[in-house]
Design a protein around this ligand. Structure first.
Ligand code: CA
Ligand code: CA
Length: 288
């Protein structure tokens, strides 16, 4: 069964969540259901009928998918609907991938990389990730052995929803460089990021959803620098704000903030920042 993520647990234990009347907030709300189990799955190849791709999502740790004996082999699962994915768990056979990507897609054709493992060790790898999509793929880059890559189980966890803030107009209190503009926080690309000026003591970034939307959460993937103390607020007019989540003792990484709210604008406001750096790779606004 699924274990609680260490990151999520740490956040939950450390955070003091202030809730405005009428809103409910939790540090993470991921379902414990393996979304991949029994779903439609495809792969670049398989060694034989007994190790076809469906064996990686059958919920049975005694059966497995095994690819042909070459690099760049992949397996992809169709979750049937869009989810905000926060965890991917890989149960490798002895033939594992030493380098691989986790990608997500809305259509099964155009993929977005959300995680890269450069030093895979095989065994069970339980990964905290940030991405939304209907399809999830493990894309092998380099196999660890002369065999292919083989998974007993490929598990995916998350909550229903899409990133309604993706590629929406975004403004910020300041910008450090042209390579770190606010739009890079909502481009669904983990490799790009927004950074404020080093003199900005209360970095603030605001996403305009274009119309009033129902919002279920705001998730953040921080870079090397982050806000130990921040809040998420929503607004209908961009002037009057309602705080819907406040996090203290944050330690960076990936934060999953769940709440129920509606509004057109979503704002991340930092009360403080780690010295020198402040990097937001992704600010997701989850809605459906
Ligand atoms: Ca299996
Ligand atoms: Ca980005």
């Amino acid at each position: 069964m699924r274990k609680l993520k260490l990151k999520g647990l740490g956040l939950f234990a450390a955070a003091i969540l202030t809730v405005t009347t009428g809103f409910s907030t939790s540090a993470f709300a991921s379902s414990s259901v393996n979304l991949a189990e029994g779903k439609t799955v495809t792969a670049s190849s398989y060694e034989g009928a007994t190790v076809d791709p469906s064996k990686a999502v059958d919920g049975n740790t005694a059966t497995r998918w095994s690819s042909n004996f070459s690099d760049d082999q992949w397996i992809a699962v169709d979750l049937g609907a869009s989810y905000a994915i926060d965890e991917v768990k890989l149960n490798w056979e002895a033939a594992y991938a030493s380098v691989y990507n986790i990608d997500v897609s809305d259509d099964g054709t155009n993929w977005r990389n959300i995680y890269t493992k450069y030093d895979g060790q095989g065994g069970i790898e339980d990964l905290t990730v940030l991405g939304t999509g209907r399809y999830v793929r493990v894309q092998g880059v380099q196999r660890a052995t002369s065999y292919g890559i083989s998974l007993y189980e490929f598990e995916v966890y998350g909550t229903p929803g899409t990133n309604i803030g993706a590629n929406k107009p975004t403004t910020a209190s300041s910008t450090l460089l042209w390579t770190s503009v606010p739009s890079y926080a909502v481009d669904q690309n983990s490799n790009t990021s927004w950074s404020p000026a080093t003199t900005d003591s209360n970095p603030t970034i605001t996403v305009d959803l274009g119309s009033t939307r129902t919002i279920a959460g705001a998730n953040i993937k921080w870079g090397y620098g982050y806000a130990p103390h921040y809040k998420i607020s929503v607004s209908n007019d961009g002037v009057n704000w309602t705080s819907v989540a406040e996090v203290t003792n944050n330690s960076g990484g990936i934060d999953f903030n769940s709440f129920s709210a509606s509004g057109r604008y979503v704002q991340l406001y930092a009360f403080d920042r780690t010295p020198d750096y402040f990097i937001v790779h992704e600010l997701q606004v989850i809605g459906s």
